[in-house]
Design a protein around this ligand. Structure first.
Ligand code: MUC
Ligand code: MG
Length: 367
């Protein structure tokens, strides 16, 4: 079970419907497929979605750091030495998606080597998760129509509405339109991706105080330390820290500093090994957790599902597991299927998906 080679393969899959939010927009999945080869012939797979405007990583940067720093540092280690891998990769500052994909590919290889699903190895709490769908910026009628399609086609009943535009009424009108259309049939929460100031966030939350929101997420920048504490203090819903908590230390700082009262765990940025630490920390702090989405493809979504379904705390709320629906295609032999608002994790060994070699050949951009 020794690591013999690590491959980082760029691929590009266009979106049918681009996702727009306060800190950017995504038209094409320019991700990196990571394959960890072992001496027994088992190959572990995961994907890294670069988010330059959130964490500073690019597709080319992810490939370079894996090829030139991580691969030489971990080739020769056993699949059981995941803490050694983590400590060697921790020598670089940042690179969260690159580190996470290497880590999850190693877990995939370990599961395949043992003949066990990674979801069971991680915790095995449940075999499914409720799905929350993200509604990107558009006209209110289009956002309501998209929600209708998600309810009718997939049975999804939890929606995260992207907010953070100016004036704030552009967004509050959408949330109101959704609540009026669906009543208490759906759960609603909002994510500002740091688009508003603390004062704008407070005003928007006041305007939406009758709309029964589940959470508010990253409405303003955590760098506005006092402003954000002032905001969080006056809210009557949990405030989720997302891009402000890429590491467990950030979670501790944000929660103890009262700049957030809940967190998003994204396997795309903390893999399985660090997500486990973040989960345990959140449990100890007694805060809600939502499984987030770094605009993952189906490979990344399968990873988030494996982790989220492994613990009670991470499967309590609907997980953001549906962004792949906006992509024109993907790499799996058997596409993920959302049914009755749920995704069920695979019982196959490893994370539980197979890459279609023809699709990879078609979408990879290095040949
Ligand atoms: C989210 O929850 O913020 C947008 C950028 C990113 O990294 O994740 C998304 C969704
Ligand atoms: Mg977010």
């Amino acid at each position: 079970m020794k690591i013999t080679r690590v491959e980082a393969i760029p691929f590009a899959i266009p979106y049918v419907k681009p996702l727009r939010f306060a800190s950017g927009e995504v038209h094409e999945a320019n991700h990196v497929l990571v394959r960890v080869h072992t001496d027994t012939g088992v190959v572990g797979v995961a994907e890294a979605p670069p988010r330059p405007f959130t964490y500073g990583e690019t597709q080319a940067g992810i490939i370079t750091v894996i090829d030139t720093i991580f691969a030489p540092a971990i080739v020769g280690l056993s699949l059981l030495e995941r803490e050694v891998v983590a400590s060697r990769m921790a020598r670089t500052v940042g690179n969260p998606a690159a580190k996470s994909a290497v880590d999850m590919a190693i877990w995939d290889a370990l599961g395949k080597s043992l003949g066990l699903p990674v979801g069971d190895l991680l915790g095995g709490f449940t075999d499914r998760m409720r799905v929350s769908h993200m509604l990107g910026f558009a006209e209110p009628v289009k956002m309501v129509a998209e929600a209708e399609k998600m309810v009718d086609t997939y049975g999804i009943r939890t929606f995260k509405v992207k907010v953070g535009r100016h004036p704030v009424t552009l967004d509050t009108a959408v949330v109101r339109a959704l609540r009026e259309r669906f009543g208490d049939e759906i759960e609603l929460y909002v994510d500002g991706n740091r688009g508003w100031t603390a004062a704008e966030s407070a005003r928007a939350m006041k305007e939406m105080s009758d709309l029964d929101l589940l959470f508010a997420e990253e409405l303003c920048d955590a760098a506005d330390v006092m402003g954000r504490r002032w905001l969080v203090e006056q809210l009557d819903v949990p405030f989720i820290a997302d891009e402000s908590v890429p590491t467990p230390a950030d979670v501790t700082r944000e929660i103890l500093g009262r700049s957030a009262t809940a967190i998003s765990i994204k396997t795309a940025r903390t893999g399985f090994t660090t997500s486990r630490r973040t989960h345990h920390l959140a449990e100890g702090l007694g805060i809600p957790v939502v499984m987030g989405n770094q605009i993952d493809g189906q490979v990344g979504t399968a990873c988030a599902l494996a982790f989220g379904s492994a613990f009670e705390l991470t499967s309590r709320y609907a997980g953001e597991l549906s962004n792949f629906l906006d992509m024109s295609d993907d790499l799996l032999t058997e596409p993920l299927q959302i049914r009755d608002g749920h995704l069920h994790r695979s019982t196959a060994p490893g994370i539980g998906f197979e890459i279609d070699p023809d699709k990879l050949e078609h979408f990879r951009t290095d040949n």
